[in-house]
Design a protein. Structure first.
Length: 546
């Protein structure tokens, strides 16, 4: 991986890590207020479609279609033409999503009535009514997030990675703010407190746009009220974005299927799956998305220059770097799923039963982390090569496989079977895409990638075993810590002591696991680990010098 690409990935990684940490705090706040109860389930169902649009555009269609086209326009036609193209895309997104918002508000109730009878039948009428109300509040987030990701796409094309990568953090701040400031107002007015979170979602969506505009204006962007679906650049983007979005849609469609099936698995199943997926997605956001966000513009430039050899090397190095980061994270999440969920969420309305449900879902979701991360690199590379057909066909087959797996496994393993089916489908999706990409560009240094994967897996398994043993030993020997926090108000002593004890167990297990990972990497001569460690140390040195 080139130094420029590594530096860009590091910049994006820092911003994404900040956003993901704030997202984790957001989930902690919501879990403490609402646990895995009906209101939390209703909010997660209502946010499913807006989240689908956010994830597809932010991490999919922008990389697959807009960024390569905008980059080429900037190079071949000049800045004015590129900015006009950006405005065309921006206005088209506002028109389309605005229409969807209005239609969604009108038809929210009949559409949500299609959910399983356990949710929408006579006994679930209160749940349905609450979900419809929340849906109508949060639907404008569709338009807000579409505008935000269009601005992010322009900035990423100009190699301005930090601000767009940080913009989701503003959304998380909006939701956290709403829990502190708006929920009390809702309670005082006699409204359901979850409406405060819904309002905070809109505040966060506006914040994402406002946060990016100053930098974009400094780069030369000026808003133009232009709209034409016949513009050549617009047609090119639409031709790629339609199939491109479908090609990247497998994971999101699978999540919608999971939500639908989970509704019939009892109260809390939807929220347990949602929280588990977000925990699994934390390292994806940090590793998979950050590496891909830096790599895809580089690959697009190499494709435009006809440098196929450089494309092969960039894809190979990106995949190996992603594996070095995502495989240990996968094993770590599986090894410590219960203690991690306990540490992060178990307080307030989030009970030990909520922990058990979420940990089971996390254990089953975790293997898919590797697949999701790899797709972030493989799928947009096809679109940079102007091949939209292959990812679409693979995506359709993945959706079909996931549906079959989910319908089968949910009967055997209940809601956690949905997570397992999704993970298997994600691995299938990435494996097929990488195989076909290798054929498309005459190789991705497959032997080198496979050898690195085997070494990384062996080192990660050793790390996971050490973490499990350490956590189990501490859980058996560490006494209650109530006396250390006895000075706190009486109603939070037990919860604080439990969190502190879980933090010690998880922290020690991770520390021991990382030491074992480093030792195993040294024995196995794992160069990818050495490279990642060197870059981290260099970044730490630069931070200290500042």
């Amino acid at each position: 991986m080139s130094e420029r690409l590594a530096k860009s990935a590091g910049t994006v990684g820092l911003a994404v890590m900040t956003s993901r940490i704030l997202g984790l705090i957001r989930d902690q706040v919501m879990a403490a207020f609402f646990g895995t109860g009906m209101a939390h389930d209703a909010f997660n169902i209502a946010m499913r479609v807006p989240s689908l649009v956010r994830d597809l555009f932010a991490e999919g269609a922008m990389s697959a279609a807009f960024i390569p086209t905008f980059t080429r326009y900037w190079k071949e036609h000049g800045q004015a033409a590129a900015w006009r193209l950006g405005n065309l895309v921006l206005n088209a997104l506002m028109v389309v999503t605005g229409t969807l918002v209005i239609a969604g508000m009108i038809f929210a109730e009949p559409l949500l009535s299609l959910l399983p009878k356990e949710f929408s039948g006579p006994d679930g009428r209160a749940r349905l009514t609450l979900t419809v109300d929340i849906t109508r509040i949060v639907l404008p987030f569709l338009m807000l997030v579409a505008v935000a990701v269009a601005l992010s796409g322009m900035l990423n094309s100009l190699r301005r990675f930090f601000v767009p990568a940080m913009s989701p953090a503003i959304y998380n701040v909006g939701v956290i703010f709403s829990a502190v400031a708006i929920i009390p107002v809702c309670t005082a007015l006699g409204w359901n407190p979850i409406f405060g979170i819904a309002i905070g979602t809109l505040i966060g969506g506006v914040g994402q746009i406002v946060f990016q505009l100053p930098l974009l204006r400094r780069e030369g962007f000026r808003y133009q009220p232009v709209l034409s679906f016949r513009d050549p650049g617009m047609r090119e983007i639409l031709l790629l974005m339609g199939p491109g979005t479908l090609g990247l849609a497998a994971s999101q469609v699978n999540l919608i299927v999971n939500t639908y099936l989970a509704v019939g698995e009892g109260e809390g199943a939807v929220t347990a799956l949602q929280l588990a997926f977000r925990l699994m997605y934390l390292p994806i956001g940090l590793f998979g998305v950050s590496v891909a966000t830096a790599a895809i513009p580089e690959i697009a430039r190499q494709v435009n220059a006809g440098a196929l050899g450089d494309v092969r090397r960039t894809v190979s190095s990106s995949i190996r770097m992603m594996l070095m980061l995502s495989v240990p994270a996968t094993i770590g999440l599986m090894a410590l799923s219960g203690p991690i969920v306990e540490l992060i969420f178990e307080r307030g309305q989030f009970t030990s039963e909520s922990t058990r449900m979420t940990a089971l879902a996390l254990l089953c979701y975790a293997p898919g982390l590797i697949g999701y991360s790899a797709v972030k690199i493989a799928s947009p590379t096809f679109y940079a090569l102007k091949d939209a057909r292959t990812p679409v066909l693979v995506s359709v087959s993945t959706i079909a496989l996931n549906l079959i797996l989910n319908l089968t496994l949910v009967r055997v393993f209940s809601f956690q079977g949905l997570a397992l089916g999704t993970a298997i489908a994600a691995l299938f999706n990435s494996g097929v895409l990488l195989y076909l990409l290798s054929r498309r560009i005459d190789g991705i240094e497959g032997g080198r990638v496979l050898l690195s994967f085997v070494k990384i897996l062996v080192a990660s398994l050793a790390m996971g075993a050490a973490a499990v043993v350490t956590e189990a030993w501490l859980d058996a020997t560490l006494p209650p810590l109530d006396s250390l926090v006895a000075w706190l108000p009486g109603d939070i002593v037990a919860a604080t002591a439990r969190t502190l004890r879980a933090g010690i167990r998880v922290g020690a297990a991770i520390g021991v696991g990382l030491v074992v990972l480093a030792l195993a990497a040294s024995v196995l001569r794992l160069h990818e680990f050495t490279n990642v460690r060197a870059r981290l140390m260099a970044r730490l040195r630069r931070t200290k010098e500042k």
